[in-house]
Design a protein around this ligand. Structure first.
Ligand code: GDP
Ligand code: MG
Length: 628
């Protein structure tokens, strides 16, 4: 008995948890249904066939709403818990967990009110069950029964015509589940061939293996007739024996005949019946209750392994889905800030891997230094700028009205300065090129940061902050490389010119022409016109050598400046300003950064609640595992 109570109690508890999550027989689910895997007993029958009476008889208390028309408009999941004599008797609703009802007429009222709460006063029906647990020594056995709306042929009381079909569909959605045991109630004073209960049971359980036939109102049959053909399975064959019942008549109810008296009366009826005497030990509500309880227990026992494996499978699935969806976000500002910083760190880590290697992209920066910059330097138009014509032009302009006497100092300076200016462009271009590589790496890293995917707002905030920082670094980089170029023009390397082969300057009576003694010219031209081509070619060639030397220097120093101002900064301080700003943010602003796709949030919540249900169910089963 202890085993039986534990098993049925176990299923009761799991069912209650299922309902709390919206997982019940008639609903449609976003998840595989645990409810559907659990055996249950549903009471099915036409209007006034005696469903409520059977239930009350099993419970031993009056508590169901009565009246004409469609009274039961939501399924009622009735969990019966037998208590010891002397223990308090009470009822408890799933929707009012801490309220104990000791007055059963208030239970009746609460069922009505709770029905209306969901369906409205419009007398609509709803598949969302009401959960009611009854703890009483009057309870015959521990059992869970589901009272369903009565099948009907016509709508009344302003109920829409469609309600007839709606009820049938709702009842069917419960009883068609393979784990549902059908308690099919038919009144004996009607032809069994017209029974709504049998009609539906036949449809969903053709072999009759999960249908229990119950025949009520045996006492109301015409005098001289009996129901032995039905009760002995000749009219309609089921795998389980038919059970005949005699409930309280309307007159008994009006007279407030109590349940104990009614049960006694029923026992007497069968014991003394000339027709059913031989069946009397297998008739009546008490026998029905025990029969059902025993059957339910054996079904549960048989199902436990498959329920357990369903639960284990579902837990695995939910856990992996939750892993995929990510952890739920904390609600307090401190924890949110922590989460944001963690997410920033994950991003930062990926970004650094791109720069340092491990992920691709950092090598493109070296590509700028190794290819792009040298190529750009090579392409600078010094040939044109230092052509004889241009040299002549610049030197002459620098001389002004008085041509230079010895060496064209001013001309050299102008030529060098104007040449060095050309270096600005490739220097700045290197800064820009590296900037774009870094920007691209920020974009790439954001895309590769799995944890950030859920938080589009934070993602764009980081992108914004990263790009803003990169712009700052770019400005700093430009300033620095421009300085390198400016420094080259601000002080020329004197040694270079000292080491140049000296022109032999002769200020002779011939006019003081300077003479060249460079390798090419010295032998060929002993004396020299200062305006001769060779003179300017030589100046151009000297300047060109100087500019080449500077180019080599810049080729090495520009990358250093770029790395120092941009790459190193990006690596160390990309999100520095973001961090300082975020530290000052209020709770609401932090929450905004962590806002997610609402559908995702909803799904995570659902998964988490489901997971809790399955874990609870698993624990329940584990604690009852000794029955296996
Ligand atoms: P439900 O609509 O299927 O829930 O039917 P009820 O349990 O409310 O019963 C309808 C009416 O039939 C009530 O007046 C009951 O008193 C009466 N009734 C139900 N079963 C029996 C029975 O076995 N014998 C007699 N005499 N009346 C019954
Ligand atoms: Mg009823």
């Amino acid at each position: 008995m202890a085993t039986m109570e534990s098993l049925i109690g176990l299923v009761n508890r799991i069912q209650r948890a299922c309902t709390a999550l919206g997982d019940y027989g008639g609903g449609d689910h976003a998840f595989s249904s645990l409810w559907d895997a659990l055996p249950s007993v549903a009471v099915v029958g036409g209007q006034s066939s005696g469903k409520s009476s059977v239930l009350e008889s099993v419970v031993g208390r009056d508590f169901l709403p009565r009246g004409s028309g469609i009274v039961t408009r939501r399924p009622l999941v009735l969990q019966l818990q037998k208590t010891e004599d002397g223990q308090e008797e009470y009822a408890e609703f799933g929707h009012l967990p801490r309220k104990r009802f000791t007055d059963f007429s208030l239970v009746r009222k609460e069922i009505q009110d709770e029905t209306d709460r969901v369906t409205g006063k419009t007398k609509q029906i709803s598949p969302v069950p009401i959960h009611l647990s009854i703890y009483s020594q009057m309870v015959l056995v521990n059992l869970t029964l589901i009272d369903l709306p009565g099948l009907t042929k016509v709508a009344i009381e302003g109920q829409p015509e469609s309600i007839v079909l709606e009820i049938e569909n709702m009842v069917r959605s419960y009883v068609e589940k393979p784990n549902c045991i059908i308690l099919a109630i038919s009144p004996a004073n009607q032809d069994i061939a017209t029974s709504d209960a049998i009609k539906l049971a036949k449809e969903v359980d053709a072999t009759g293996e999960r249908t229990f036939g119950v025949l009520t109102k045996l006492d109301l049959m015409d005098k001289g007739t009996h129901a032995l053909d039905v009760l002995e399975g000749r009219s309609y064959r089921l795998q389980h024996p038919w059970v005949g019942i005699v409930n309280r008549s309307q007159a008994d109810i009006n007279k407030n005949v109590d349940m104990l008296a009614a049960r006694r009366k029923e026992r007497d009826y069968f014991a003394s019946s000339p027709d059913y005497g031989h069946l009397s030990s297998k008739m009546g509500s008490e026998y029905l209750a025990k029969l059902l309880s025993k059957h339910l227990e054996s079904v549960i026992r048989a199902r436990i392994p498959s329920i357990t494996s369903l639960i284990t499978k579902s837990i695995d699935e939910l856990e992996s889905e939750l892993d995929h969806l990510g952890r739920p976000i904390a609600v307090d500002a401190g924890a949110q800030l922590y989460t944001i910083l963690e997410l920033c760190r994950s991003f930062d880590k990926i970004f650094k891997e791109h720069l340092d290697g491990g992920r691709p992209g950092g090598d493109r920066i070296y590509g700028v230094f190794d290819n792009q910059l040298p190529a750009a330097l090579r392409k600078l138009p010094f040939d044109r700028h230092l052509s004889i014509q241009n040299v002549r032009k610049i030197v002459s302009e620098a001389d002004g009205y008085q041509p230079h006497l010895i060496a064209p100092e001013q001309g050299y300076r102008r030529l060098i300065e104007s040449s060095l200016n050309y270096f600005r462009e490739p220097a700045e271009a290197s800064v820009d090129a590296v900037h774009f590589v870094l920007k691209e790496l920020v974009r790439k890293s954001l895309g590769e940061c799995q944890e950030l995917k859920r938080f589009p707002s934070l993602q764009s905030a980081i992108a914004g902050a990263g790009n803003e920082a990169l712009e700052k670094f770019r400005a700093e980089g430009k300033k620095t490389v421009t300085r390198l170029v400016d420094m080259e023009s601000s002080y020329l390397t004197v040694d270079f010119f000292r080491k140049l082969p000296q022109e032999i300057e002769k200020f002779g009576n011939q006019g003081g022409n300077p003479r060249e003694n460079t390798r090419e010219n010295s032998a060929a031209t002993p004396a020299f016109d200062r305006h001769a081509d060779g003179h300017f070619r030589r100046i151009g060639s000297n300047v060109s050598s100087y500019v080449n030397m500077v180019s080599k220097t810049l080729r090495n120093s520009i990358p250093k400046a770029v790395v120092y101002c941009q790459v190193k900064e990006a690596k160390q301080n990309l999100l520095y300003y973001f961090y300082t700003r975020i530290g000052k943010k209020e709770g609401k602003q932090l929450a905004d950064l962590l806002d997610e796709d609402p559908a995702l949030m909803e799904r995570r919540q659902q998964c988490a609640r489901r997971l809790e249900l399955y874990r609870k169910a698993r624990d329940e089963i584990d604690s009852t595992s000794w029955v296996r």
